[in-house]
Design a binder for this molecule. Structure first.
Ligand code: GRF
Length: 203
């Protein structure tokens, strides 16, 4: 399956997806054909370039609306023959039309055990709440943010004296294993999003 990855930053999850998909022993069943970033000059773009993957910078600031920005991204994804879209640290909310177009083929990684700690400040919220376990979730994207059927999760402990940075680092290590695993489920058609929004395991 041809995969497009949307990023906004450092792209360590992108790197994990690149490494897994380029390793023939892992049988992910997916090839990354395009990386789109809404920011120029970010490390993630360099990671894609080093791996010989086509990149595109589409700056949201240059578009009059969320819809027109999403339309431009969609045009590029379709042009590249993309079949699955992965959000890997993409820090923009997608319009309903975009989400509907890619329904069942659009997945995101979130740095908490959903449905706990939705939103952009998961680590901060986990620490504030005093949870002793956190982790990451790969899920299908729905219009409603950080909802959508869960594909894979992994847990990590929250340690005494953790800061947002130390917790983020531990969670990211888990993310880098979990995202390729989830992508493999989808690319090899082991899972499917049903019309009612729940996940079906095929085998
Ligand atoms: C990850 O923690 C991901 O869960 C969140 O944004 C971060 C992206 O990190 N959505 P990176 O760019 O993959 O290093």
């Amino acid at each position: 399956k041809k995969v497009g990855v949307l990023i906004s930053g450092s792209g360590t999850n992108l790197q994990a997806l690149i490494d897994a998909t380029q390793d023939p022993t892992q049988h992910i069943g997916a090839e990354i054909v395009l990386v789109i970033s809404n920011k120029s000059g970010v490390e993630g773009l360099k990671r894609a370039e080093r791996a010989g993957i086509a990149t595109k910078v589409i700056k949201h600031t240059e578009f009059p609306s969320r819809e027109s920005f999403d339309k431009e991204m969609n045009k590029e994804l379709i042009k590249a023959g993309v079949e699955i879209v992965c959000l890997a640290g993409f820090m923009r909310i997608l319009s309903a039309d975009f989400v509907k177009y890619w329904k069942g083929a659009l997945i995101n990684i979130h740095p908490s055990l959903l449905p706990s700690f939705k939103g952009a400040n998961a680590h901060k919220d986990v620490l504030k709440f005093g949870a002793r376990i956190s982790g990451c979730t790969v899920h299908f994207v729905e219009v409603d943010i950080d909802s959508g059927a869960i594909i894979e999760q992994a847990s990590v402990p929250v340690l005494p004296n953790d800061t947002e940075e130390t917790l983020q680092e531990r969670v990211k290590t888990a993310e880098h294993k979990t995202f390729p695993k989830a992508l493999k489920h989808l690319a090899t058609e082991r899972i499917q999003l049903k019309a009612d929004g729940t996940l079906e395991w095929k085998y």
